[in-house]
Write a protein that binds this ligand. Sequence first.
Ligand code: PMT
Length: 401
Amino acid sequence: MNDLMTKKILFVICGGVSAYKSLETIRLFRKNNAEIKTIVTKSAKEFVTPLSVASLSQGKVYDDLFSVENETEMDHIALSRWADVIIVAPATAHTISKLSQGSTEDLASTVVLASNKQVFLAPAMNVRMWQHQSTKDNLNTLKRYGYRFIGPVIGDMACGEYGEGKMSEPSDILNEILNFLSSQSKGKGIKALVTAGPTNEYIDPVRFLTNKSSGKQGYEIAKSLSRRGFDTTLISGPTNLQIDEDINLIKVETTEEMFKATQKSLPTDIAVFTAAVADYKINQKSPDKLKKQESYNIKLEQNIDILNYVSNHNSMRPKLVIGFAAETRDLDKNAKIKLRNKNCDWIIVNDVSKKNIGFESDYNEVNIHYKNNPNKKEKLSLKKKSEISEEIVDRIVNQIN
Ligand code: PMT
């Protein structure tokens, strides 16, 4: 992508000396054909005028949360949905602190909080403020929420000091956004299917066999795929998780339901099987709640292996089939056996005997094994499941390109 034609950028200008750089940034984005709307905070107006912003952006400038005119034309929720990307520049220490607390004090913070799009912050502040522990804590919180940062850089500051805290140059902000948007469109026109969560197998109408899968790993993979532009379907067993509207979510409960939903979702280009599917179902489920008795004899029968079905499909095998392996010992040895037996292209193994990774945790640590390169093993060491997912999707994007 070499320009921003059809891209909608919402700039939030906050009150700092570097606000003048935002004008230049807006000019560059316009030169690259982006459609721009801008929010100017109250204190930003001490540094730049809404009139200069309007003439450079050739778009609407908003500055008031309670404006009848603005709310009838485009309310703050619609404004947050309108944008493809939100850029807060300069992001002052005050703004960073407000956003980290989910404040809705003014139009800027309300729109950012309500947004379901990627938010970039270009911080600008004095070096001591940047290095202060409270700023560091706020940054970590915002990173955890998925906000991205451009800069700051090291240099001479308006206050006369030198150090890290200068707002990034407009051309660097533009390049960062161009890279982001181009990586986002890598999956355009490509279908991806993800299974996630556990499945339940009923013994009677109120009791079932299940496992500890929370669905977190699979949901994060679906989110990463969708963010890169993949047309993503997520088939999910019972979880408490929410997912973005862009993702086609199919909720199921049993293995049979997950299998049927998977069949219906074929053909797909990529399939990632993170679900912890119950391998067995009850041979004869009781139609009524079983009465208390000393002991039960429950007969189990094997469920269909969904991954196996898809990876051996005659006519609709996806180009890339990725399985997960939940292991408690001999991780790599067992992963390689599954890679072969299940005819996957990759198998991603994680240790589910540990408390801090695997099932339920927000963190994971995985090894990736490849069918085409049996000697290659890539380790993604302990990090958040969202980050593991990004790294897996980086590899998917490389593979399909
Ligand atoms: O959901 P979380 O709490 O975030 O935890 C994530 C996770 C540990 C569940 C996930 O990272 C993971 O390891 N998923 C695979 C769990 C599993 O069932 O592994 P398995 O080794 O039993 O199965 C191997 C592969 O076959 C898996 O891709 C599984 O989805 C698939 N399978 C298994 C049985 C079956 N009947 N049908 C299948 O498709």
